[in-house]
Design a protein around this ligand. Sequence first.
Ligand code: ZN
Length: 146
Amino acid sequence: MVSDELNEMYEEIVMDHYHNPRNTEFLSKPDYEVEKNNPFCGDEIKLQISLDQNQKIVVSVTGRGCAISQASGSLMAEKINLLPYKELQSNVDLFRKLIRDEMLSEEELDSLGDVSALSGVRKFPVRIKCAMLSWVALEEIIKKNN
Ligand code: ZN
């Protein structure tokens, strides 16, 4: 019963981000930009990142595709916007743990916030690529700049 309610709440969060994606404002001069697509589903994501004077990031995510891919991009954007650049990789790692159903501590779950609404995706292996798309894009930017 409790888990049904939880699923419903999670679904609401995901659908809200799909219909009203956050941080979609295009950055005209981003410091980093990457486009990724998931040919298995037809999903496309464009990720832009700028760094402000304090090494905090400003993020823009746009794209098209299935609800999971687009909601995941929006949830990621909301989560990482204004974070220090050096904290990005740990967020990618956490999300990967969530999707792979690895054990997360209470603290880690808390720090993911609404992003944890995507945890249900792990039951649907074909959707994992959709959910990971924007995070893989983020990781590509981090790796290029290490
Ligand atoms: Zn998809």
